[in-house]
Design a protein around this ligand. Sequence first.
Ligand SMILES: Nc1ncnc2c1ncn2[C@@H]1O[C@H](COP(=O)(O)OP(=O)(O)O)[C@@H](O)[C@H]1O
Ligand SMILES: [Mg+2]
Length: 276
Amino acid sequence: MKIECKNVWKYFGQTTALQDVSLGIADNEFITLVGASGCGKSTLLRTLAGLETHSKGDVLVEGKAITGPGQDRAMVFQHYSLYPWLRVSENIRFCRQLGAQTHNRSSADVEAASGRADALLRLMGLTASAQAYPNQLSGGMQQRVAIARALMGKPQILLMDEPFGALDAQTREVMHDLILHVHRLERTTIVFVTHDVEEAIYLGHRVVLMAPRPGRIDSIYDVPLPARREQDMKLAPEFLRLKRQLLDRIRETSGMKTDLDQLQRLTQVAEERNPV
Ligand SMILES: Nc1ncnc2c1ncn2[C@@H]1O[C@H](COP(=O)(O)OP(=O)(O)O)[C@@H](O)[C@H]1O
Ligand SMILES: [Mg+2]
């Protein structure tokens, strides 16, 4: 197992953000966490990143307890965390350059980093925009820069928290195929958080469904699709079946079903009073 959570609990005061979460993630797996807001997705991801300390249980990466953030794990957020005053290529190199200075690395290391930066620019289709500033780019392009920067340190694990949540549907489709390509090429283990069921199925080998109050893992689903995904698969019966199953389960566990039932009763009453 690359990552292992064993009976992990997290409290924020009275709130139980994670209740007894146990999950093993294999090396090179692409796993998606899906669920209504407040079910602890971000908390679990931040715990894996070492940005949050859990209250109880074990969180292990390659058998070793996490003590904080590390070079082996990189994170991509929904909101671009780019430096607006740096060009695209400088944004991608920035962390690495900092590392080179602080650890007194040789110029050969810096050169190797430079080669990697160029390769990542190509991989993410950013070569033509290398000299641009972030605010000159579309949201999708900015997020490509953020991903390239996360990959710069050759992380073994990529942690992504609703990274495409702010993008339009068409840009998102392109980003989906791009991140699948990155996953194949870089052989990273990816943990990807989303509230979008279709995105969770299209990207994941397995989908972990979380439920709120208290935040917990409700169920885990194997995605019955070939490893190499294509957009057309979103129309396949097995895709649609899993989508329906996940949507139903999210409705049941999030309190949304009660809301919808109530709404239906209200409209029924209104229609009985004022027949059309
Ligand atoms: N820093 C924090 N302080 C207090 N409560 C928090 C904090 N972060 C998250 N929570 C609470 O923990 C629960 C899970 O939050 P979160 O992990 O952000 O859920 P999700 O990402 O699934 O929307 C929510 O009830 C949220 O209000
Ligand atoms: Mg969140």
